[in-house]
Each structure stands twice: as C-alpha cells, then as structure tokens.
Design a protein around this ligand. Structure first.
Ligand code: PHE
Length: 359
C-alpha cells in the first residue's frame, strides 16, 4: 500500500509542477498511458495471490481516477493562466494614433442619383431601366416625334452603323424611350423613375456628349396636372432641402406631352453667387407634362381610360446646382483632387435611404 501512496504523491507533485499542457501530457502518459506506471501495476495484478487481487485492484482503480481528476483540474488551471497572461500581454493602447487608411469617395453624380431615387422611393416609385442603344422607333417615333420632325435635329443624335434592315440604331438622346418600353410591358397603375445615361453630340462647360437623366412616369385612372404639380413641387423641395422653395410651372412644348411645362425653382444671384430659395430669379431644372394621348395609344392604352404625367431631369445639372460645381466637364476627368473635394463618404451615402417618411 505504501507503494501506492508514494506513487500518488509523486504524481501529484509532478502534476502541480507541470508548467504547460505538454508537460502535463507527459505526466499523464507516465501514469495512465498504455505503458504508464499505473497501467503496468494493473497488468501485474494477475500475479498476486487471489485473496489480495481484489483489494489491490480497487486501490489501483481509485488511484487511477484520482490522478485523472488531478490532471483535469491542472489542465483547467493552466488554461485559465494562459488566458490571463494573454489578456495582460494584449492590452490595447487606445491612445496610439491609428494607421492612415485609404478613404474612398462616392462621386457627386452617384450621390445625386441616390438622393433622387431615395425621394421618389418614399413616394412609392420603382426604378426601371432601358438600353443605351435604342431604335429610332423608341427614341423618337413612338414618342410622337415622326421622321423629319425638327425635334430630331435639336437632339444632336449619335447614329450607329445601319443594321441589315437599313435601320440606324441611336445612342438614346433622352430616357423617355423607357416610358414606351415599360408601358408596352406593364398595365397601369404605373409609377416609375428611370435614372440612366443619355447621349448628345454637344460639348461645353454645361454639356457633355454623355450625360445622365432621370425620367419619371405616372399612369393611372384620373391622373391630372394637379398630381404632376404636387409630385414635382415635393421633389424639388426635398431635393434642395428648402421647405418653402418657390416652384414655377412654365408652359412649354414636348412632342410626347400635352400640355407640357418647364419647371423652374426660385433663386437669387448676388456677387456672382447663386442661392437656391426665394429670390427674384428663376432657374429651369426639368421638363414635364401630361403624357400625350398619341403616346398612350402607341403603347396600346386607351387615353379615355388612363392618363398620366411624365418628367425628365438632367442629373449633372441638379448636382451642379446643389453642390456648387461650376464645370460639367470636370465630372469625367477622374481627377482625385476633385473627387476628394466634391465626393461623399460611404457612411453618408448609406444614411440616405431611411425608409418611408424617415428623417
Ligand atoms: N425628354 C425630355 C428631354 O430630354 C424631358 C422630358 C421628359 C420632358 C418627360 C417631358 C416629359 O428634354
């Protein structure tokens, strides 16, 4: 028995002395491994006289359990010690300056498109898209701009090579063809906007051969000019963030709307600066009108049953006015200094979509 007592205290001392998991594992093998000392003793039980065997066996098994328990307890302690050590060593010095990280910026145009879509989404509009390369039919004819109509010249169209049928595809000169494409596919009620690229052969400080428009289309029963006005007044005020922004509807002409109205917002100009809000001057910002019954018919609708309004705005122009960017050409120069000055950080972009009526 005294043998076992010695064995026990030897192992207990070794377990306590084990400084890490590796040392502890060595003790475990020495005691309980296949060739460990306790296992060896268990194997030798058979050589004992039968009357001693039972008692010796019991004593050995108890020792075996005690050693296993002691090893488990030591492993736990070692684990806790390792964790505490790690925590103490890994203390973070929050006063250290952070490493400089490259910061990306959203282009003012992306920002403006996000703002426009956020406002119209809150009003229940959905986003539609159409191709940049259009047929003459969708870009002009279906919109009540027949061949030889002077509006075709005004649009400074880029024509592509004729196809097999001799038809020349065009780079769409406005987003209005998407009105026709969606009306032919959908049944009223329709409430959509179409932000997208448009092309005209024109290049100066306020014109670029590629630019962006956002079309709007609302079709339903009993839609009238009052809806058009209410919708666009709300939009202008929300977009420029001026609650009492004066908005004026000025009679105009577009072949695809009748009547048509140009929309102006109030502004004042002093010392060469432009201020949007009540003032003695006006700025034109978009075209609009009631969808021409001929366009409705071209889309298979009965103008006696459904009516609607449409509008179209130049996105660069809105961005220039809102953010005081003087030259349109700089939008496409890819100059990082310009982007750092006029760009937006992504967190501010995410905050735009706050959901219905959100602040
Ligand atoms: N498509 C017109 C343009 O490019 C704008 C517009 C759209 C006007 C819809 C009325 C209705 O100038």
């Amino acid at each position: 028995m005294s043998d076992l007592e010695t064995l026990k205290s030897d192992f207990e001392a070794a377990i306590q002395a084990a400084a890490d998991n590796e040392a502890l594992e060595a003790v475990r093998l020495d005691a309980l491994g296949k060739k460990g000392r306790i296992s060896e003793q268990l194997k030798q039980l058979g050589q004992l006289p039968p009357e001693d065997r039972k008692q010796a066996g019991q004593a050995l098994n108890i020792l075996k359990d005690q050693i296993a328990e002691a090893i488990a307890a030591r492993a736990k302690t070692l684990g806790a010690e390792a964790m505490n050590k790690k925590l103490a060593e890994e203390q973070i010095d929050i006063s250290l300056p952070i490493a400089q990280q490259a910061q990306g910026f959203a282009h003012p145009l992306s920002r403006t498109i996000e703002e426009i879509t956020a406002i119209f989404s809150d009003m229940g509009f959905v986003i539609a898209e159409g191709p940049d390369i259009e047929t003459d039919y969708y870009n002009f004819t279906a919109l009540n701009i027949p061949p030889e109509h002077p509006a075709r010249q005004e649009h400074d169209t880029f024509y592509l090579m004729p196809d097999e049928a001799g038809q020349r595809p065009v780079l769409r000169t406005h987003t209005s063809p998407v009105q026709v494409r969606t009306m032919q596919k959908m049944k009223p009620p329709i409430r959509l906007i179409v932000p997208g690229r448009t092309y005209r052969s024109d290049h100066d400080a306020t014109h670029s051969p590629m630019f962006h428009q956002c079309e709007g289309l609302v079709i339903g029963e009993n839609i009238h000019m009052g809806h058009l006005k209410g919708c666009l007044i709300d939009f202008c005020r929300a977009f420029f963030g001026v609650d009492d922004l004066p908005v004026r509807f000025r009679p105009s002409f577009f072949p695809f709307t009748e009547p048509s109205a140009e929309v102006d917002i109030g502004c004042s100009r002093s010392d060469g600066g432009l201020k949007i809000g009540a003032g003695d001057d006006w700025l034109e910002i978009l075209g609009s009108g009631m969808v021409n019954p001929r366009v409705l018919e071209n889309c298979g609708y009965d103008p006696e049953q459904v009516q609607g309004f449409a509008f179209g705005m130049g996105i660069e122009r809105l961005a220039m006015l809102k953010y005081g960017i003087p030259d349109l050409r700089t939008f496409y120069d890819s100059d990082m200094r310009w982007l750092r000055h006029y760009g937006f950080v992504s967190a501010d972009m995410a905050a735009l979509h706050t959901g219905l009526g959100g602040e």
